[in-house]
Ligand binder design. Structure first.
Ligand SMILES: NC(=O)c1ccc[n+]([C@@H]2O[C@H](COP(=O)([O-])OP(=O)(O)OC[C@H]3O[C@@H](n4cnc5c(N)ncnc54)[C@H](O)[C@@H]3O)[C@@H](O)[C@H]2O)c1
Length: 253
């Protein structure tokens, strides 16, 4: 039980990596507040795990973010861990959206959302005597989008948003280290979640995506959650400002 007596907020927990992380954190003994814009998904999760705290909210809206962190502090009087898993791609914004709308929305959720959540969490973690923040970057925060996949046109906001999340992680990691607040990120390769489901339905695209990873396959949400749980735990006490690849060797090629 590596997270026994720890309190944690997990954003984007209605699906995918955030959902797997919530399950893992419960297994490891943490008290967990899960949040998402998808209220139905949160309600389903709490039916399965009644000990979870749930609160819907949009991470790109400051009033929602402040409400989420305040609720955690009201309930527990301390906050030890924040996992920023809420995130979108341009595909989530929709085909009708203009170039600028797609760009702004992805940046707003992935970059501004992670920053706002961290900003509110740092205040709470100072009151709690320290903490750990884990952001979700991506292999796409390091490399250009694979041209073998034709759903990126060179003006895809997603890689830039994840590059920004990596830098947010390093900058915050350096800044807050002296206060006992560790800030790290995981950078997954392509992972089977609802974020990728609409493209992996196509067997040819799935084959291409699998082939991009030396492991010969895409990852699972649990494989990412395992690394997040380690980074959140005291076992990672000397890991700070780091962006860890969890990509089956993708970035090592
Ligand atoms: N799946 C992948 O291949 C992959 C790879 C690298 C990084 N990531 C990153 O991991 C994170 C989780 O992705 P996933 O694959 O689990 O996606 P997912 O779509 O399965 O889950 C994302 C969750 O975030 C929620 N969300 C979206 N916008 C929100 C907002 N404004 N406020 C609050 N919640 C919001 C969604 O409702 C959803 O439940 C994202 O940041 C994503 O960019 C995913």
């Amino acid at each position: 039980m590596r997270l026994k007596d720890k309190t944690a907020i997990i954003t984007g927990a209605g699906s995918g990596i955030g959902n797997a992380t919530a399950r893992k954190f419960l297994e490891e003994g943490a008290d967990v507040l899960v949040t998402d814009v998808d209220v139905a998904a949160l309600e389903e999760l709490v039916r399965e795990f009644p000990s979870l705290e749930i609160l819907s909210g949009d991470v790109s809206r400051r009033e929602d973010v402040e409400g989420i962190v305040s609720a955690a502090m009201k309930k527990w009087k301390s906050l030890d861990i924040l996992v920023n898993s809420a995130g979108i791609t341009a595909r989530n914004v929709g085909d009708h959206a203009s170039l600028e709308e797609r760009w702004d929305k992805v940046m707003e959720v992935n970059v501004k959302g992670s920053m706002l959540m961290a900003h509110a969490a740092v205040r709470a973690m100072r009151e709690s005597g320290g903490g750990a923040i884990i952001n979700l970057s991506s292999v796409m925060g390091f490399a250009g989008y694979p041209t073998a996949l034709d759903f990126s046109d060179g003006f895809n906001p997603y890689p830039s948003s994840k590059g920004a999340v990596s830098q947010l992680t390093r900058d915050m990691g350096v800044h807050f280290a002296g206060e006992g607040i560790r800030v790290n990120a995981v950078a997954p390769g392509f992972v089977h979640t609802s974020l990728t489901a609409n493209v992996t339905q196509d067997p040819e695209i799935l084959k291409t995506l699998n082939g991009l990873h030396p492991a010969g396959r895409m990852g699972t949400a649990d494989e990412v959650a395992n690394v997040i749980a380690f980074l959140a735990s005291d076992e990672a006490s000397f890991v700070n400002g780091a962006v860890w690849m969890v990509d089956g060797g993708y970035s090592a090629q």
